[in-house]
Design a protein around this ligand. Sequence first.
Ligand code: LER
Ligand code: MN
Length: 281
Amino acid sequence: MKANHGEFDWNLSLILATPEVNSAGRLACLTGSFEEKLDKARRLQCDGVELMVRHPALLDWPGIKAALSQYRLEVPQLVTGELFGEDQLCLVTSDENCFRRALERLFQVIDLAAYLGTAVNIGRVRGRLDLLRDCERPMAVAVQRIRLAADYAASLGVRLHLEPVNRYETDFIRSTQEGLDFLALLQRGNVGLMLDVFHMNIEDASIEASFREAGPQVWHIHLADSNRLYPGAGHLDFRQILHTLREIGYTGFLSVEVIPSPDPDTAAACAIEFLRHHKTQ
Ligand code: LER
Ligand code: MN
């Protein structure tokens, strides 16, 4: 566990959008050019930034790597939700063209992750079972398609973080328990769970019991409050959440994924301030 700023046990990161993402307003923090955002993250004493990407071929890979090193920021994972959000690309669908393009784009994200030495989030980009028409075994199709991404990632030494996402955004792998069941079907050692307390608050009977149940299969965390605003702006019990994360021995990053309100800079500053000074025992 890294001894970082103050008494806080975990590394903190914020989600920043890379320049080719148009809809960054949805869940990314901080304003300005990419470098200005990194500078702001550093000034907030973040340990890392999670990069929200859409189309890696449009990005300056060496420039990004150099800027991350200049500002001494790690990257806990690349977020892929906007492949679906902006370009409607997803793996589980009957639309063959969409599936092929999604896989090709995801492979590019995995290439970028290998280049930066990080992991890739699989959230909404996985698609939906109800997009499979006349399919007798939709879950088998989902397993087979996510294995294609997992095996390509494994060939490059990249881990995938499978994210349960609430029922209003997808129709499979919604709760932590469904995530664990899916990992058991998938049988791929380079795929683990990433748990987002916003989704857990909607789907899981108990956030703390889910963390305990998932234990070492929790590879990454997204934090937001009950209303998806910055931690402290809603009614989740972060004292209990952080206590449980310590109890299960989670030592990875805590990444802030929030609606950037009242504005992207204030949301980031309030989140980091709240978490950094939160006593867990
Ligand atoms: C979407 O709701 C989300 O939580 C992202 O991390 C992944 O798409
Ligand atoms: Mn999330």
